[in-house]
Design a protein around this ligand. Structure first.
Ligand code: P6P
Length: 333
């Protein structure tokens, strides 16, 4: 009989307050999964009139998922505050104390442009520690910590199966939701990402806008066995980060959403705090690597809650190659 998430969390996977918080996240995601599965039958598809802080049109399910997470997670006594892609500012839950010592950040429904066309989407979450000399409400500054500080991170992919992949910093484990019992059943005890791969994921329509190191890396992949790599590559692009990252978690690969010249003043499309950092922690804990064009993603020092970042992550040998190409590009000719 597979281990359930409740058993896993009760058996010392993390200190009780953090375990209870992750349990609340999982409960919320089981509820979101049921809504995603119902789709149009549940009258939750389609877009709203509103836009989020990113200036993106909000889908009904974006806002519903955000509210489900806010309500479910606020019940966890260890939680002092939350932040979300769908909310302009941070959301204090209770004053910071020795018990209320965590912050939760999330993208409630990443890839939401895929909702209406029935392509896998997901929830991404990150947990940071917080402390205070005396009880006080959290502020945005409390959230601006490097990803290396995360106490936990993970995602739920709503696909043919609903699967939770997460880490407390001691390896990566995966649970699949049994919709008949609403129980999360452990399906992988220790995820390990192959160091090598033949599969890359990037939106190739942006090729003419890429920086030279990215262009060189992809050109070498496309040259296949006749080129510098001496092997053929395959390409995948779901346009749903959670789905692309989950494939890499399951069989290796490299995912790139790098800086490009379309908006030169923008570091990238994806957000550091609640997309890149949690994914980078999962990938590194599973033996892969994550790089932001300057150094390890997890070492990036955030300046603002919704800041964007260049993302290159996955099989370690490929990320190391990308890092070398970036560093060589900085050398004097
Ligand atoms: P593009 C989804 O909107 C998302 O934020 C990520 O999940 C995904 O990897 C990326 O954007 C897709 O972007 O430019 O290919 O549509």
């Amino acid at each position: 009989m597979p281990v359930t998430l409740d058993q896993f969390l009760a058996d010392g996977a993390a200190e009780p307050g953090l375990a209870q918080l992750i349990g609340a996240v999982a409960d919320a995601c089981a509820e979101i999964s049921a809504l995603v599965r119902r789709g149009a039958a549940g009258e939750v598809l389609g877009a709203l009139e509103s836009e989020n802080v990113q200036g993106e049109v909000q889908k009904k399910l974006d806002v519903i998922s955000n509210d489900i997470l806010l309500e479910a997670c606020a019940k966890a006594p260890a939680l002092a505050g939350m932040a979300s892609e769908e909310m302009d500012t941070v959301h204090p839950v209770r004053p910071v104390t020795d018990e209320a010592r965590y912050l939760l950040l999330f993208d409630p429904l990443d890839g939401s442009s895929n909702i209406d066309v029935n392509v896998s989407i997901g929830t991404i979450f990150s947990v940071l520690p917080v402390s205070a000399e005396a009880p006080r409400d959290v502020t945005e500054a409390d959230f601006l910590q490097p990803g290396r500080n995360q106490a936990a991170a993970g995602y739920v992919v709503y696909g043919p199966q609903t699967t939770l992949v997460m880490t407390f910093g001691r390896g990566v484990t995966a649970f699949t939701l049994d919709p008949e019992t609403d129980q999360w059943l452990q399906v992988i005890g220790a995820v390990s990402i192959p160091r090598e791969t033949k599969e890359f994921a990037i939106n190739a329509s942006n090729m003419r806008h890429w920086a030279p190191p990215v262009r060189r890396y992809i050109d070498d992949c496309l040259a296949g066995e006749t080129g510098a790599r001496g092997k053929n590559f395959n390409m995948r692009w779901v346009a749903s980060m959670v789905a692309d990252v989950h494939r890499i978690v399951m069989r290796g690969g490299v995912f790139l959403y790098p800086w490009d010249a379309r908006e030169p003043n923008r570091a990238g499309k994806l957000r550091l705090m609640y997309e890149a950092n949690p994914m980078a922690m999962v990938i590194e804990q599973a033996g892969g690597a994550a790089y932001d064009g300057f150094g390890p993603t997890l070492d990036a020092k955030p300046a603002s809650l919704h800041q964007r970042v260049s993302v290159m992550l996955g099989s370690a040998a490929e990320v190391e190659r990308l890092q070398r190409l970036h560093e060589e590009a900085l050398q004097p000719a």
